[in-house]
Design a protein around this ligand. Structure first.
Ligand code: HEC
Ligand code: HEC
Length: 199
């Protein structure tokens, strides 16, 4: 099914969650009922049916090929209802009431919109470093425009610690000097690229 083309193999729930908070924060209050999204998130991550949905679909609803569970961010009401009404055998044990289903639906819509949000300040600054300024060439000159690798490996989702380690030890990158604040900004952007890849 087409969904499988869009899911990623590895997910990092805490990173993704932190990113969603920063990227989604601004529009969150305006477009979504925060309390309902929160309730939906809790059901999705843990409580629904005693297992939550994330166990199979991933914390960000990004899908999990190992569980055969598709990407469902922004899922339509009809698909959600059908899946919960017995169309998906693996999900037959769920018996959610209307209120719970509504909350999960809101959470899925919220997750679907996160990507449309403008980048927060740190992530935007990290993008400039990644694309242009690091060492005068940008990280992208070796790691590829979307960080998925070129002459150097895929670094999407790498954290500040991993970057610092490379800046210290990797001779290929020794001409690059970044402050610790800039390292954090690049890390925020690498998280963002990782998140984009989940679609
Ligand atoms: C035990 C694993 C598992 C759990 C837990 C689970 N799902 Fe699923 N879900 C699946 C699988 C597998 C499919 C795909 C079935 C298929 O393609 O035939 C699926 C499909 C779906 C679909 C349909 C996607 C589409 O495009 O039609 C939706 C919506 C969905 N799940 C929502 C949820 C929600 C909401 C929860 C929590 C209340 C949940 N799932 C919990 C395994 C799971
Ligand atoms: C001149 C080319 C070049 C540039 C520019 C560059 N890197 Fe690298 N980087 C490499 C190479 C080559 C490796 C692989 C080294 C190895 O495995 O021995 C690497 C490895 C890494 C790794 C470790 C990846 C892994 O899987 O272990 C991280 C993280 C990393 N780079 C981050 C960055 C960041 C962030 C920037 C920009 C601030 C950057 N790099 C800029 C060449 C580059």
């Amino acid at each position: 099914m087409a969904y499988f083309d869009r899911v990623v193999s590895a997910t990092k729930p805490p990173l993704v969650a932190a990113l969603l908070l920063t990227i989604g924060g601004a529009a969150f209050a305006q477009d979504h009922d925060a309390a309902q999204v929160d309730a939906g998130r809790q059901l999705f991550e843990e409580n629904a049916g005693g297992t939550g949905c994330a166990a199979c679909h991933g914390d960000a609803a990004e899908g999990n090929p190992d569980a055969g569970a598709p990407f469902i961010q922004g899922s339509s009401r009809a698909r959600l209802n059908a899946a919960l009404a017995g169309a998906v055998p693996a999900m037959e044990y769920f018996d959610l009431n209307r209120r719970e289903t509504d909350a999960i639906y809101e959470f899925l819509q919220y997750m679907g919109h996160v990507q449309d949000e403008p980048l927060d300040e740190d992530t935007a600054a990290g993008k400039v470093i990644f694309e242009e300024t690091a060492g005068g060439v940008g990280c992208q000159s070796c790691h590829g425009a979307d960080g998925s690798g070129d002459s150097a490996p895929d670094i999407r989702g790498q954290d500040a610690r991993a970057i610092l380690e490379q800046l210290r030890r990797n001779e290929n990158m020794s001409f690059i000097t970044l402050s610790s604040g800039e390292v954090d900004q690049v890390a925020a952007y690498l998280d963002y690229l990782h998140k984009l890849d989940s679609h």
